[in-house]
Design a protein around this ligand. Structure first.
Ligand code: URA
Length: 479
């Protein structure tokens, strides 16, 4: 038996490296034991790994890799065993994931559903409490949460986007996630005692819940399906539920006795339409199409007031390369598509010379609305402020989360700020692959910078360097 020791309960990368080696060497799933730090120590020394047959290649669709990454978070002792069994079977049956009769494939899909549900519940049920001030004088909040699966790292980026302006820590039995305004850091497990006991925010939750609880609409089974009882112990408002249910009937009768006159059918329809819109805008889009539709109505900052439309990213939803510009220009604002004006032509030329297909690339901008100043009939581009870029980062982060590019190229300083969340000097970072939150990034100059260079020699040099940096991006993907 070959023993593989993984470094954590969710060590997907460790599993992937070992699984690739073992599969290339033709090792049967029955001959591998996957061990995590939570397993008791093994009494037997494991067998050594055989070497791979020369030229042996291991193949797995990107879909499998994405699903497997989530499955590694399942609280299922067999998760790594089953993932390896799937990888081995995929070598012979590349369409295995579409076979509902295969028990391992069915397990993988069910796991995906369970993880997505658990992440969704964590997003809905984390309740922050005041925890004093952090060193920089920013308000600090803390929450205790017990997810069903080990999903902290999957769920935490949502809180980073939603609560970017405050410092917070989420403590769970599997680990902690902490945000201090710049980076999201993960630490060791904690206990409920690490979070303040009761506070004014909890009372606000109870008041809010009481005010939205409608006894006339009470359906206990639907309510407990939405808000399963296992989460109640950490929800301040849950203590109200038994009493609200018990008194619903009486309060409902009292409400009917005092019923106000009904609004007209037209205003009722308008109210419902507005409520449906608000509800869908409050939901985090799960696909690029949903994100694009929601972004069309974006009013997160005043830039939408003057722009003709939102210019959302475009390109394949599974692109390996994402390119981020600053903001749409005049031509893009009218066309509703990124990089179709003069800067787009410079970019297209650079991509061509670097051997990158634009149609295989997801193109977007740090800011999704055109910011300009009107001079006569002309609309003159104005640089977005850091605050505008930070506001719009919500969309860029979401695009990165949905597309999951292997590499993101930032064109210029605004794009770099959108990716990194802080201002950097292009000269300090350009031309190297660096870590940028959700994945690696490469920073280069913006095509408009090349258009503006007056000296032809300098311009030729900078254009060559730009192409070189795009080529580097291409090379990173090829590797
Ligand atoms: N400049 C950008 O940064 N993005 C565009 O889409 C067009 C010009």
């Amino acid at each position: 038996m070959i023993e593989i020791a993984l470094s954590s309960e969710t060590d997907f990368e460790g599993w992937r490296d070992a699984a690739r080696r073992l599969c290339a060497a033709g090792v049967s799933p029955a001959d591998v034991s996957w061990r995590t730090p939570g397993d008791p120590p093994s009494l037997l020394g494991g067998d050594s790994e055989p070497s791979a047959a020369p030229g042996a290649a291991v193949r797995a669709p990107k879909r499998f890799v994405d699903l497997a990454r989530k499955a590694a978070c399942l609280r299922d002792h067999e998760r790594f065993v089953r993932l390896y069994a799937l990888l081995v079977k995929l070598q012979e049956r590349p369409h295995l994931l579409d076979d509902p009769a295969d028990p391992d494939a069915a397990w993988l899909w069910a796991g995906d559903k369970a993880i997505r549900r658990d992440v969704h519940k964590m997003h809905a049920f984390v309740r922050f409490k005041e925890a004093g001030e952090s060193a920089g004088g920013r308000e600090r909040f803390a929450a205790w949460f017990e997810p069903e699966h080990r999903i902290l790292e999957l769920a935490a980026p949502f809180f980073m986007r939603r609560f970017a302006g405050m410092d917070w820590v989420i403590v769970t039995p599997d680990g902690t996630a902490a945000w201090g305004g710049a980076t999201l850091a993960f630490g060791p497990p904690g206990t409920r005692g690490d979070v303040p006991a009761d506070d004014a925010v909890e009372e606000q939750w109870r008041t809010y819940f009481k005010s939205i609880f409608n006894p006339a609409r009470l359906k206990v089974s639907a309510m407990t399906a939405e808000m399963p009882k296992k989460y109640w112990k950490n929800l301040p408002e849950a203590s109200l539920i038994p009493d609200l249910i018990a008194t619903a009937e009486t309060r409902n009768r009292a409400m009917q006795a005092a019923a106000p006159t009904q609004p007209s059918r037209l205003s009722q329809r308008l109210i419902e339409r507005r409520a449906a819109q608000a509800k869908s805008d409050a939901e985090i889009p799960a696909t690029l199409d949903e994100a694009r539709a929601q972004a069309e109505r974006c009013e997160r900052c005043p830039l939408h007031c003057n722009a003709s439309q939102t210019v959302f990213g475009e390109g394949p939803g599974d692109a390996r390369l994402m390119i981020v510009g600053e903001q749409p220009g005049d031509a893009e604002d009218l066309a509703g598509r990124p990089f179709v004006g003069p800067a787009g032509q410079v970019l297209d030329q650079g991509l061509k010379e670097a051997g990158i297909e634009r149609t295989h690339t997801y193109l977007t901008n740090a800011v999704k609305h055109f910011k300009y100043e009107r001079r006569g009939k002309r609309r003159i581009h104005q640089r977005p402020t850091s605050a505008e870029i930070d506001h719009c980062r919500w969309w860029l982060d979401l695009e990165r989360e949905l597309v999951k590019p292997e590499l993101t190229v930032a064109l210029g300083a605004s794009a770099a700020r959108g990716l990194l969340g802080e201002t950097v000097k292009i000269a300090d970072v350009r031309g190297r692959v660096i870590e940028a939150g959700a994945g690696p990034a490469l920073v280069t100059v913006h095509p408009s910078y090349l258009l503006r260079l007056p000296d032809p020699v300098r311009k030729a040099e900078e254009e060559a360097r730009f192409v070189e940096e795009l080529r580097l991006a291409h090379g990173v993907l090829a590797a």
